[in-house]
Design a protein around this ligand. Structure first.
Ligand code: MBD
Ligand code: FE
Length: 249
């Protein structure tokens, strides 16, 4: 703890020296840090600007699929369904239908028939259930058990590109720094299976203008999907397989 805390503080001291930070700037920083807490934006701040490096460091050893950050809007214990299934959604859920499907395997190619795919994502207006008012509790959230061949098939809708909240302290930083607040449209997943490392990932859509400049630095080329038009003409279908690493030892 002493070493980590010392080195974080030294990194801050270094920036102050290098840029001759004034008392006015120091006072503004203090005020802003307090504001992050008052706005309840510490999870948002950390997951947008810090988590991607933690993810990188902790998954570098993996031979299976690349993952990416969890982000601030995961809720555990979403309703469980057996695949194939339709994710919880409103009767009049907006957005183009998306059939999201694939197989879960181990690094050695064996099928993981006890795997689970947790899926959560924003709706067509960019809102997450439980983090925006007026949405049913588990809207566009679910846990899906794969079939005997390790396959999952989930009916959902395409998420919208997402702008992180701009009305709080994080928005103030973005405006002051002249950054933008956008994340590309994405699906969040956690894929688990007995004796395998949990895979946390996000999947993106080709052509999204923010795939190359995600505010959360969480896009990797391996995470961009290849959706096709559904054969029945309604919406898109996308195949994406997950390969999990067995736990060491
Ligand atoms: C999100 O939906 C998200 O996934 C991240 C990482 C940050 C803010 C909002
Ligand atoms: Fe998200």
């Amino acid at each position: 703890m002493s070493q980590l805390a010392t080195e974080v503080l030294e990194a801050i001291h270094e920036v102050i020296r290098k840029h001759h930070v004034t008392y006015a700037e120091y006072d503004a920083l203090k005020k802003w840090l307090i504001q992050v807490g008052e706005d309840g934006e510490w999870p948002l701040f950390l997951d947008v600007w810090v988590e991607h490096v933690v993810e990188d460091v902790n998954t570098a050893h993996r031979k299976g699929n690349k993952g990416t950050i969890e982000g601030p809007y995961y809720v555990p214990d979403s309703p469980v369904q057996q695949s194939p299934a339709k994710i919880d959604q409103r009767d009049d859920e907006k957005g183009e239908p998306l059939q999201f499907q694939g197989q879960v395997r181990s690094v050695d190619g064996s099928v993981l028939k006890d795997a689970k795919v947790e899926l959560w994502h924003a709706d067509a207006d960019g809102y997450y259930s439980q983090y925006a008012p007026g949405l049913p509790e588990w809207n566009l959230r679910g846990t899906f058990e794969v079939d005997d061949e390790g396959r999952y098939q989930i009916g959902t809708v395409l998420p919208a590109p997402y702008q992180i909240p701009t009305d709080g302290a994080c928005g103030k930083l973005i405006a002051a720094a002249d950054w933008h607040a956008w994340r590309p449209a994405h699906l969040h997943v956690k894929v688990s299976a007995p004796d395998h490392e949990l895979l946390t990932a996000q999947l993106y859509f080709p052509g999204d203008p923010h795939n190359d400049d995600d505010i959360a630095s969480a896009v990797k080329p391996e995470l961009v999907l290849d959706p096709k038009d559904a054969s029945d003409g309604a919406g898109k279908v996308v195949d994406y397989d997950f390969v999990l690493d067995p736990v060491a030892g």
